[in-house]
Design a protein around this ligand. Structure first.
Ligand SMILES: [Zn+2]
Ligand SMILES: [Zn+2]
Length: 175
């Protein structure tokens, strides 16, 4: 039995857990099969976010009726940065409604890039938010001032809900 150390996890396994690189010369892959799979999955995941970023850029080019070069050069829409930001934002709550993306269940379709203030220049990161689709839809139907009133209402409502929960806890504790 031949043992071999995996390049990624550093563990030593029976060589059957390393795929063939070339079965004629007897060479095997430097990574164990599990690390190889993990690497492939990560790459696929990265590609998905990059695809999403490219699609988002194309979509906004049309929606804003602006040249692609203006978005990328003037306003900092870099697809690689966008892909990383979107992936990170997906792990956090929606910046508007505070709901968690992972609880929405439509995967990447749940997150979208929103221009925060449509009356201002679409500077990436400054005037854009990776937010949920529901918020984007709601925002699209409202004027900027109505949207801002809605956000204030939502904030007040959430604070009120928190108060109710706390009061309920106190009541439960009393019985
Ligand atoms: Zn390994
Ligand atoms: Zn939202």
């Amino acid at each position: 039995m031949i043992f071999k150390m995996c390049k990624d996890c550093g563990e030593t396994y029976n060589e059957e857990f390393f795929n063939w690189r070339n079965s004629k010369t007897g060479k095997r892959q430097p990574r164990c099969t599990l690390c190889e799979q993990t690497k492939r999955d990560n790459k696929k995941r990265g590609d998905r976010w990059l695809f999403k970023a490219v699609w988002t850029l194309t979509y906004h080019t049309k929606a804003l009726n602006i040249r692609r070069g203006d978005l990328t050069k003037k306003f900092g829409w870099n697809v690689h940065k966008m892909a990383r930001d979107a992936e990170r934002a997906f792990k956090a709550p929606c910046p508007y409604c505070g709901k968690l993306f992972k609880e929405m269940r439509n995967g990447l379709a749940d997150i979208t890039l929103v221009i925060d203030n449509i009356n201002k220049a679409p500077v990436y990161g400054e005037n854009t938010r990776w937010a949920c689709n529901a918020c984007n839809g709601r925002k699209g139907k409202l004027s900027t001032s109505k949207w801002h009133r809605y956000l204030r209402h939502l904030k007040a409502w959430k604070a009120q809900q928190k108060k109710i929960r706390e009061r309920f806890k106190v009541l439960q504790g009393a019985t």
